[in-house]
Write a protein that binds this ligand. Structure first.
Ligand code: CA
Length: 220
């Protein structure tokens, strides 16, 4: 999944980036409000962590602008502990959740996972399809309870397909959600990741339909 961190405190932004990257997400950082606004409007993020006190443009104004333009990405706002009015303004501007600073990293990553699961067909933090399971809490993948080693990019592809199960996902869409802003995006490599995932996890997990893309079909 692809996440934007809009945060001007550099060390904090990097700590959050490391924690989320360790779970297999592609994470971009915007250090000021103008950059955050631009990236949120132009890149297809699966989650935004938005500090309200940003240089150049404040978080509430960014959020209002996104929501007016139909940018419906889940947004978690970061506020000061005594800033209850900011939290009210933020939620009323279209935020989905908030966290007060300072926070414990496991709480931030748990809230991030919950927000990203919100639009998934299952709310279980462990996604499974027949013998295959993928635990969103630690990125572990197993077949018949036997752990399988996947590369970070293979996990990223699997994670996006599970979060978007029951619909077709094109190679282009996948490449937009597993790479960071500065990465070289080569949608041809997606086919390679899919082949490897099928080899490691079984051929029936990911369906392909020519011209429409890939899909994991979850039983309803
Ligand atoms: Ca700030």
């Amino acid at each position: 999944m692809r996440i934007l961190i809009a945060e001007d405190e550099g060390p904090l932004a990097q700590q959050v980036q490391s924690a989320l990257a360790a779970e297999g997400h592609a994470v971009d950082i915007a250090a000021d409000g103008e950059e955050a606004h631009f990236l949120g409007e132009t890149e297809p993020y699966d989650l935004v962590l938005l500090d309200l006190g940003l240089p150049l443009r404040d978080g509430i104004s960014i959020l209002k602008s996104w929501r007016e333009k139909g940018v419906n990405v889940p947004v978690l706002i970061l506020t000061a502990r005594d800033g209850w009015t900011d939290r009210v303004d933020g939620l009323d501007a279209g935020a989905d959740d908030y966290l007060t600073k300072p926070f414990h990293m496991p709480e931030l990553t748990a809230r991030a996972r919950a927000l990203m699961r919100r639009n998934a067909p299952t709310k279980n933090p462990v996604f499974s399809h027949n013998a295959v399971s993928y635990d969103t809490r630690n990125g572990r993948v197993s077949v018949n309870h036997v752990p399988v080693n996947l590369t970070a990019q293979e996990v990223a592809v699997l994670s996006y397909l599970f979060h978007n199960a029951n619909r077709h996902v094109t190679q282009t869409e996948l490449s937009e959600h597993i790479y960071e802003y500065d990465d070289d995006r080569d949608s041809n490599t997606i086919a390679v990741f899919i082949t490897r995932l099928r080899k490691k996890l079984g051929a029936d997990l990911i369906q392909t339909e020519r011209g429409r893309g890939y899909m994991i079909q979850l039983a309803s």
